[in-house]
Ligand binder design. Structure first.
Ligand code: T4K
Length: 370
């Protein structure tokens, strides 16, 4: 990275001395992976922090999606959103499942529950929504449809670490939720992820599945995979958990300043906090109306880039536009007008705990001064 560049995010890093102390503990124990003591401690600490009953750690945020589909024996077709990171849909493809894209709501960026029923066929077995940018999906409406048609719901909650609605974790919705702890996330373990489930039996099964299916030294209960988190990243994760609240608050302050400065800029819109929701400020998307703003999204994006401000066009192109998925009937642009509009107008502004006031003002000026 060049000096003076502002990146879209920056990883939350534990204190190096504290990390060294934990590394020494790991070195002394000579236990470096396979459900070690830091792994167990982090699962317990995360379940408590996130207000969920059970957490199973994974080595990234993609494998719990793939494993959840396996564990629930999902087949046929799954209804999902095109407005996400490509890993969401890839997890279906890796399980030989046909993704069926449904359009999103402009108000949240999440799948539009009003459009789900029309996409259900006799082959539909599940819904995979995404709490995109950490904005909660309309989980009640989605669950009502799932119950009516006997469908499973797996939430890709990669962005939704710590998000609560009326004091309850959004991760308790549906049959399972998955998290990503990638370096670019609000909370990171360098690479990492987790699955959240409701009962002990499922937790046990998932723990087997992420360890090749082993349920003991000589017993394999299913065709598992290796997606375990090691001790070093678990220790790193324990330390980061101590500072994640402060990091979220620092992000909150950036969001407040962005909103204050950009509210009256013609042609720029963004979302406000939702009542009753504890947000994590994982991303700060703005939407550029070219006609009103006098510049297209891409013109603004490249202008900012030329000034060293590296926002990102998450999520452009839509997943449904990638060559792997473009041929699917549900990928037709006329089926996904809101998602296309959002993908064409969005820029995620730099958003992280370590943004200086000076940097925030530089970003704002780049947008305000045309
Ligand atoms: N579901 C959803 C909805 C997701 O968004 C994701 C991942 C997943 C599932 C899958 O979870 P994982 O398997 O990844 O755990 C990033 C991340 O790689 C990816 O985790 C994330 N979503 C996606 C939205 O963004 P890139 O290709 O944009 O990242 P990259 O390397 O360009 O980094 C972005 C910026 O962050 C850099 O310009 C600078 C900064 N950065 C990045 C890294 C890696 C740092 O400052 N330090 C770093 O170490 O994909």
């Amino acid at each position: 990275m060049e000096a003076n560049q502002i990146t879209v995010t920056s990883p939350l890093l534990p204190d190096l001395n504290e990390f060294n102390e934990l590394l020494k503990e790991i070195w002394d124990s000579k236990w470096i992976t396979n459900n070690g003591s830091f792994h167990r401690r982090l699962e317990t600490a995360l379940a408590e922090y996130l207000k969920v009953p059970y957490v199973s750690l994974f080595t990234n945020g993609t494998l719990p999606l793939i494993t959840a589909l396996q564990a629930l024996r999902i087949t046929g077709e799954v209804i999902t959103t095109p407005y996400s990171f490509v890993a969401t849909t890839h997890s279906l493809w890796w399980n030989n499942i046909k993704p069926v894209f449904v359009d999103i709501e402009w108000e949240t960026g999440c799948i539009d529950p009003n459009k789900i029923e029309a996409a259900i066929t006799p082959r539909t077995t599940a819904i995979m929504p995404v709490h995109v940018y950490g904005k909660p999906c309309n989980v009640d409406a989605i669950q009502a449809i799932a119950d009516k048609y006997g469908l499973k719901v797996i939430y890709d909650a990669a962005h939704a670490f710590g998000v609560e609605v009326n004091g309850e974790s959004i991760l308790n919705a549906g049959d399972m939720s998955t998290l990503s702890f990638h370096a670019t996330k609000v909370y990171n373990t360098i690479e990492g992820g987790a699955m959240v489930m409701h009962d002990e039996q499922t937790k046990k099964r998932i723990d087997y599945l992420k360890n090749f299916g082993f349920a003991g030294e000589t017993e394999v209960v299913g065709p598992g995979i290796n997606s375990k988190m090691d001790e070093i990243r678990s220790a790193y994760g324990l330390l980061n958990l101590r500072q994640v609240d402060a990091a979220i608050e620092a992000r909150h302050q950036v969001a407040i300043r962005y909103r204050e400065a950009l509210r009256d800029v013609e042609g720029i819109t963004f979302w406000d906090d939702l009542p009753g929701v504890k947000h994590n400020y994982s991303y700060f998307p703005i939407f550029v109306d070219a006609e009103k703003y006098g510049m297209t999204r891409d013109e603004l994006y490249f202008k900012m880039k030329s000034q060293g401000i590296l926002g990102r066009r998450y999520f452009y192109p839509l997943i449904s536009e990638f060559s792997t998925y473009r041929g699917l009937p549900s990928a037709a642009p006329e089926n996904l007008p809101v998602a296309h509009k959002m993908a064409d107008e969005v820029i995620c502004l730099p958003m992280h705990h370590a943004l200086s006031e000076e940097d925030v003002e530089r970003i704002i000026n780049a947008i305000v001064e045309k």
